[in-house]
Design a binder for this molecule. Structure first.
Ligand code: GLA
Length: 387
């Protein structure tokens, strides 16, 4: 929904002109399942975003609705639930809860949420909703927080209110993404750097249209397996706090001491961190073929070592090979369905999209969605009600 239409529909609902804020979804170029291991990631915000229209209320209630899902939710701001109830509005309520826990008094508010980011496709629709809603409430209440703090706050909401033990990557890039750039982030220090993505390529996102049910449970299990690896390795290297601190040599040295599955998980993370560093060098040097090779390696590692891919994602990754303008690609995001990300020469992007759709549909019998993206900017106030 365009901002103009959102303002109009909001006015019909509440009788006032709202402020409108937006926060983007993301792709991750490289560095998967490294963020919660204190490692490195290289995501980029994309042009698909969540918009939230907001206005103040006289009472102490939080009213939430969307044009995309029927129904309206209302909460008493002073008696917000402590945990999510399994509804989409959890992502909204969660950030209100965390803002209040941080000592910010909130006014009653009406919030209308519209998402262009496909839900459950691994493009961080949840982070986009969290960041947009938190920014909307901050705008309404005159709360000034640095973007890095906003990202941490939204991650905390997802960890504590939703119960998903996600890392910081999605919320961070939704807050701090920059048009035309990938964001290289050190997930321990939160230091970051922008790396320009050459103008002549597009990020072609191919949605498998599947999301496997067990995704959330498997995600949390991977985290536990990584922690298990750290615990074992710390017997020899007490200074290790996370897999980020483990070198390839240290890991290889103790292969026999680590259960086989845990070893594979650790190996993925250690090597993926190295790929992010190498990828940053190659991207800075404009070596797109070299970068594409690392994306392929990352996919294989996620498939074979970390085991978070699935048949549909593998098929989509294979379907890209040999297509015009293709530099490289891989699954992007948490896995078990969702999207692949493909780096493709801009002039070939349309054709690439049509051909990969045909190949995937012929093999899977599912029509995929294809989004041709460029790196976009982060969350912002699009429209101030005072304007
Ligand atoms: C999900 C999480 C992120 C990150 C990725 C995997 O998107 O939200 O924090 O862990 O999976 O890289």
């Amino acid at each position: 929904m365009e901002p103009g239409e959102l303002v109009q529909r909001f006015a019909e609902w509440c009788g006032v002109r709202p402020s409108v804020v937006s926060a983007p979804g993301r792709v991750n170029l490289i560095g998967e399942h490294t963020d919660y291991n204190d490692g490195f990631v290289m995501p980029s915000a994309i042009g698909l975003c969540t918009r939230v229209a907001v206005s103040a209320r006289e009472d102490r209630r939080l009213a939430i609705r969307s044009g995309q899902i029927p129904g309206e939710f209302e909460f008493d701001l002073d008696h917000l639930p402590a945990r999510g109830m399994g509804d989409w509005c959890d992502y909204v309520v969660g950030v209100a809860v965390v803002l209040r826990q941080n000592g910010h008094a909130l006014k009653g508010a009406n919030l209308w949420v519209e998402s262009e980011v496909p839900i459950g496709a691994g493009l961080s629709s949840s982070a986009a909703i969290e960041v947009a809603c938190a920014l909307a409430l901050m705008e309404l209440d005159g709360i000034a927080l640095p973007m890095v703090e906003l990202a941490r706050l939204c991650q905390r909401s997802e960890n504590t209110f939703i119960g998903a033990r996600v890392g910081i990557m999605d919320q961070f890039v939704s807050c701090l993404g920059k048009a035309g750039n990938a964001l290289l982030l050190d997930c321990r220090s939160l230091e970051f750097e922008f790396i320009p993505i050459p103008d002549r390529v597009r990020m072609v996102v191919c949605n498998t249209m599947v999301k496997h049910q067990h995704a959330g449970g498997e995600y949390n299990r991977r985290r536990e397996e990584c922690e298990e690896g750290v615990k074992i390795l710390a017997r020899w290297y007490p200074e290790i706090r996370a897999l980020r601190d483990v070198s390839g040599d240290q890991l290889a040295e103790h292969e026999k001491d680590i259960p086989e599955k845990i070893f594979r998980r650790c190996r993925h993370v250690v090597e993926e961190n190295a790929r992010v560093q190498e990828g940053a060098r190659r991207l800075r040097a404009g070596d797109l073929n070299g970068f594409g090779e690392l994306m392929r390696e990352s996919h294989r590692s996620l498939r074979d070592l970390y085991e978070v891919s699935c048949r549909e994602l593998d098929l989509m990754a294979e379907a890209a090979e040999g297509l015009p303008g293709y530099y490289g690609g891989r699954m992007t995001g948490g896995g078990f369905g969702g999207c692949t990300l493909n780096l493709v020469e801009a002039t070939s992007a349309e054709e690439f999209g049509e051909l990969i759709s045909m190949r995937y549909q012929a093999a899977m019998g599912i029509e995929p969605a294809v989004y041709i993206c460029s790196a976009a900017g982060g969350a912002r106030v699009e429209h101030d009600r005072a304007e």
